[in-house]
Design a protein around this ligand. Sequence first.
Ligand SMILES: Cc1cc2nc3c(=O)[nH]c(=O)nc-3n(C[C@H](O)[C@H](O)[C@H](O)COP(=O)(O)O)c2cc1C
Length: 345
Amino acid sequence: MVKIENIELPDFPLLLAPMEDVSDPPFRAVCKENGADLMYTEFISSEGLIRDAIKSRKKLDIFDYERPIGIQIFGGDEDSLAMASRIVDVTNPDLLDINFGCPVKKVACRGAGAGVLKDIDLMVRLTAACVKATRLPVTVKTRLGWDDQSKNIEEVAERLQDVGIKALSIHGRTRAQMYKGEADWTLIGKVKNNPRIKIPIFGNGDIDSPQKALEYKNRYGVDGIMIGRAAIGYPWIFREIKHFVQTGEVLSGPSVQERVNVCKTHLRKSVEWKGPIVGINEMRRHYSSYLKGLPNIKEFRNRLVVLKTPEEVEAVLDEVLTTYDGVEIEHSPIELINYHEKCPL
Ligand SMILES: Cc1cc2nc3c(=O)[nH]c(=O)nc-3n(C[C@H](O)[C@H](O)[C@H](O)COP(=O)(O)O)c2cc1C
């Protein structure tokens, strides 16, 4: 069992990564159903929370069936982060996570997200401010460092543990790398194997198959892993990894029926939570991954992305099911999108 203060997680827990515009309640619902052990919200601006911006407030929506769930905030100012922590506290998630990893310019270059990696003293002060302001366990998600010349994660881990964080998730890239190249887990392993480190260390970056998850578990000894892009349109990754780690067997991929059902659940939750217009629009980015691997699916996909009502979408999804029911989908490798600022996902 892995413990984050009083939160009990199973052995080698699988975490759903916080992802802006992706890790919302509808997406989290399908990941939870498929085995995610701990989930995080999208990152929320501390300034936005304080100004009471609607977009930021809406991201605080969490539901009991999602527990344990963490709310993630970011910011570069101690008072704002403390105040935001108090706002988060009232919404009663299981934990509060601070983002010190976001590489995008509008965040990192304004001294928040990964920008804080350039100044560990500041990072420590910001973290301490949050720890003091909330009764919730505080966790941090960050990267290896700002760039190749300043990979300071080993020091960061020790100092953040000393100011009271209860777990640390590390994405094996620097800020300068953005999403390029391969994630390097060597330093993540070093942090985990540092005898001074007592808190759980979760590794993150490029896990896209059960085999890789087990290999990295064994090689780096992390307490659990956090999965982001591989879960987009493929929430089954969680149960597949679990099964493989527990039994050494590769579970077969989801049937067409299951793909269609989960896509419908995601759609319904999306419409429920966002309303019909935004709910339908924002679902459009997910169809291709849910239906990936089906022969000649392009025609259906093109139809799905222009439909305007949930009933129409469900009707086309039913057609997909009748056309492809029983078809065995070849398990193609999951594509890890190269996320950047203008990427719709
Ligand atoms: C679309 C997208 C949005 C993201 N938004 C956030 C975020 O809000 N907070 C955060 O800490 N990381 C964010 N990330 C980074 C992921 O949490 C994760 O660290 C990264 O994708 C690497 O993991 P992966 O290889 O499993 O995807 C985002 C990544 C993507 C692809």
